[in-house]
Design a protein around this ligand. Structure first.
Ligand code: SF4
Length: 363
């Protein structure tokens, strides 16, 4: 069972084989100018993305949906979804962004007022600072608790699901409180919302997620089918990306400061954290020269691939030089830390410029 509220290490191949998630690499060649995370295999799986490819290539309408649960601090791993949203937006998609204040109340006990404040200062600011124009007409940002269409839809679709379904998908039991039981249904409604009349009617929707969110997608697709006669909903497509490994080699987590670089840290702190990250290097320099490093076990290499280097040929060069023992970890770390520092210096300026816009979005 994949559980969206627990962290675990993930066997991506097993997911592709056992849960009906399809291999994304088969589609990459069909996409015009695919995104960096697509080209590099960071997005490894999908459901029904073959229905989205012709819409991208033909510049036709579709919507990308994502949600943010305002609970903690954003870290560099969260940037992956924003990068994808930017790419889709450039391709002509409209965006639907749910601020999951109902989920943060149910899962973390955070009040709606506090969740709104966190959403503005921590999430929306960074979404804007990282390059998304949230003021565009093609972007819909909303708070779950304040969206009546969403809440009506949640109530209606909850008639299509029973406790046994929720137990089978999420492992809920007799002691699960009702808010926790109900909140996944709000997320189902989030995903179906762009297809309601109020939001332009039936259309293809794609949801880019980490694989821990797949239970929501499976539930949504099931409910969309059950509501097909009444609403005509199309089953949403989804893509699945790998998690960014934490700085220590474990999963990156908002609640473990030594695993993550938070987006509100200073350029100096970010630089320092990169320098203290786990590498795929050997015990000694001589060994490294003789055997080469292991980029696939290296947090530094992952930062370069996921976030810091655009040029594919540059990535290939780093990989080759690491594996043939000509690139040493010390040098590689310093270079990566410098890139991260530059990235954070730019981000700080943009964060300051973004606060006013972020505040205006939820007035
Ligand atoms: Fe990682 Fe760079 Fe060392 Fe290779 S040389 S293991 S990519 S830090």
């Amino acid at each position: 069972m994949i559980n969206p509220w627990a962290s675990s290490s993930v066997d991506y191949d097993k997911l592709v084989n056992q849960f009906g998630i399809k291999d994304f690499s088969e589609l990459v060649g069909q996409i015009e100018d695919p995104a960096r995370l697509m080209r590099r295999g960071v997005i490894f799986g999908h459901r029904d993305f073959d229905k989205i490819v012709p819409l991208i290539n033909g510049k036709k309408d579709f919507t990308v949906m994502t949600g943010m649960m305002p609970s903690g601090q954003m870290h560099i791993g969260h940037k992956m979804v924003i990068d994808q949203l930017k790419w889709y937006f450039k391709k002509g998609a409209s965006l639907s962004l749910s601020i999951a204040d109902m989920e943060s109340y149910a899962a973390r006990g955070i009040s709606f007022e506090k969740a709104k404040e966190i959403a503005i200062k921590e999430y929306l600011v960074n979404y804007i600072a990282l390059g998304l124009d949230l003021t565009d007409d093609k972007v819909n940002v909303y708070l779950q608790s304040q969206n009546k269409t969403l809440n009506d839809l949640t109530f209606k679709l909850s008639k299509r699901v029973n406790f046994n379904n929720m137990h089978a998908i999420y492992g809920f039991n007799e002691s699960t409180n009702i808010a926790h039981l109900y909140v996944p249904l709000v997320q189902v409604a989030d995903i179906l919302l762009p297809q309601t009349e109020e939001y332009g009617g039936l259309k293809q929707v794609v949801v880019p997620v980490g694989v821990d969110q797949d239970p929501h997608l499976r539930l949504t697709r099931d409910i969309a089918t059950k509501m097909n006669e009444e609403y005509g909903f199309l089953a949403p497509a989804s893509t699945y990306h790998r998690f960014l490994t934490g700085l220590t080699g474990d999963k990156m987590s908002s609640s473990k400061p030594n695993t993550a670089i938070y987006l509100n840290e200073t350029p100096k702190q970010a630089e320092k954290k990169v320098k203290s990250s786990k590498t795929g290097g050997r015990e000694t320099l001589d060994e490294q020269k003789e055997l080469g490093g292991c980029p696939d076990k290296c947090v530094i290499y992952e930062m370069l691939v996921y976030h810091l280097v655009d040029d594919d040929s540059e990535i290939e060069k780093i990989r080759e030089e690491c594996m043939d023992g000509t690139l040493m970890c010390g040098h590689c770390k310093v270079h990566t830390a410098e890139l991260m520092k530059d990235f954070f210096e730019d981000l700080k300026v943009k964060q300051e410029e973004s606060l006013e816009i972020a505040e205006s979005l939820l007035d």
